[in-house]
Every structure is written in C-alpha cells, then in structure tokens.
Design a protein around this ligand. Structure first.
Ligand SMILES: [Zn+2]
Length: 285
C-alpha cells in the first residue's frame, strides 16, 4: 500500500506545474467544506468517477479543489486503502482562503520557485489565541508589505492555535525572510503565536501534518526535508516548544504516515462559509 502511494507520487510529479496553475487560479466559486466532505463520504467506492462528475457538474462548489486531486485520484486506486479503515472526509485539508481573512492582494515582485522542502515557523505574535488570529494575520501582511517592502505576507500558510489553516502567499512564489537564509524552495508554514514556551495544540499539529502531507504529495517532496526556521538562520523560530516535534522526528514521521493513507484533498473555504467560520473563530467558539 505504501509502495503504491509512493509510486503514485512519482506519477504525479509531472503535474506539479499543472497544480501550480490550478493554485494560481482565482477563486470564483465558494468551495464549501461541507459539499466536499459530503461528496467524498458518499462515494467511497467510486471515488474517481464521482469526483470527476463533481468537478464538471457542480461548478459552484468545487471550482478550485479538484484539479490536482482529480488527476491524482484517476491514477491511484485511492479507495483500495482508505475506504474502510479511514473515512474519506478525514483526508480533506480545509483552508480559509485569502479573501476570508481579509488579505490585501499581492504586490509586484513575486518570484516563482520550485518547492523542494517544507519548513515550519512561528509568528512570535502578540497572542496565541485563535480568536485573535485573523486580525494578527492581517497585521503581519500589513507589516510585511508596508514596512518590509515585500510583495505579500512572507508565509505560504498560517495555522492558528485551534488548527484553522489560513492561505498566505501562493506557494508557487518564493517566500520572504528578514533573516539570513534563502527561502527559495521552501514551503513555508507559520504557527500563529509564540511557541518558545507555549505548547502547540493537538489540533494545530494535526493541521500542520495534513497540510505538509498534502504539500509533499503535490510537490513531490520528501517529508524528511522538514525543518524549522532555526535550521537555516540565526533565530529562535519556531520556538523551543514547537521545535521539539521537528528535532525528535515525530512530525516528519506523522507526515509520512498521513501520506500513506491516501491522497489529501485541498479545499478552499471562501464566501459565506468562510465568513461564518471566521466569525466563529473570532467569537472564540
Ligand atoms: Zn521563522
């Protein structure tokens, strides 16, 4: 099973460019987690055909989710390993799209790069509370664009303490750093908050594992490349408490295990569904 999964990864290497194009495409529809979950749980036996159908017939709900996953699932027998042991919906990575958290558009000067490793950061931000995360993420983007002069927020994705994932800079483009290393090739994920002493939550770690597993699958990256910012530059980032899961190898191991379970499906949450989610996060619910 594992071997099959990795053979499949080799098979989708060629669609990395297509995945980038897919990723770049603006979100026109709202991709609801609900419909994605429903379509995957309701179709465990015929996943490849039903997903293809969803992609073509239900343009309002899945316009941006299915390009890489459909291609991948047509080459994998994804249902062979996951249908009974693991609910299909568990393989969905739900991400709050940029519009949802109020991102400003990216400015000029973005540089394309091929992703060849995965790297974890923390924001060392003012609060570790999930309810403050949308506002803090807006403030990071403002800081990065106006004070630092970068085209966009430095990170590709951010994860709050409750495990909500926020879309940052398009991973097709190299991130930015105020420290002395070259972020070319790095898939940059940032935990919002300060994890020098505070432990990351289970939900946050699980979200990171899913997101990294998805990235390793579509960009054909080895999970063993996982590093913390401090592995590349003189910085405390991502904080001692968070760095532990990198140093002891447990996160890379969890990412590999997740990848072996099947193809992770990336789902953008936008529009009304996103507003509802952000309101719930900000209410501390
Ligand atoms: Zn960092």
């Amino acid at each position: 099973m594992q071997r099959r999964a990795f053979l499949t990864l080799a098979g989708i290497t060629g669609i990395a460019a297509a995945a980038g194009l897919w990723y770049r495409r603006p979100n026109t529809g709202q991709t609801s987690l609900r419909s994605e979950a429903a379509s995957t749980t309701g179709s465990t036996n015929a996943s490849s055909t039903s997903q293809a159908t969803t992609a073509t017939s239900n343009s309002t709900s899945t316009s941006s989710t299915t390009a890489p996953s459909t291609t991948a699932s047509s080459t994998t027998a994804s249902s062979t390993t996951s249908s009974s042991a693991e609910p299909a919906a568990a393989l969905v990575v739900s991400v709050l799209c940029r519009e949802a958290w109020g991102a400003k558009p990216a400015g000029p000067g973005m540089v394309e790069h091929p992703i060849d490793r995965i790297t974890l950061h923390h924001s060392a931000g003012p609060s570790n509370l999930a309810r403050n995360a949308p506002g803090q993420i807006r403030s990071y983007q403002r800081l990065h664009q106006t004070s630092n002069g970068w085209p966009d927020i430095a990170y590709h994705f951010l994860i709050d303490a409750a495990g909500n994932i926020y879309e940052g800079r398009d991973p097709l483009y190299r991130g930015d750093t105020g420290t002395n290393y070259d972020p070319t090739g790095h898939f940059l994920v940032c935990f919002d908050g300060d994890y020098g002493a505070a432990e990351p939550s289970e939900a946050q770690l699980a979200a990171a594992v899913d997101l990294f597993a998805w990235a390793c699958q579509i960009y054909d990256v080895n999970p063993e490349t996982l590093g913390g910012h401090r592995d590349f530059a003189a910085t405390e980032c991502p904080g001692d408490a968070l760095y532990t899961v990198i140093a002891n190898g447990s996160m890379a191991e969890a990412i590999s295990a997740r990848m072996a379970e099947g193809e992770l499906q990336f789902t953008d949450i936008c529009g009304d569904a996103a507003e509802t989610t952000i309101a719930r996060i900000e209410a501390g619910a």
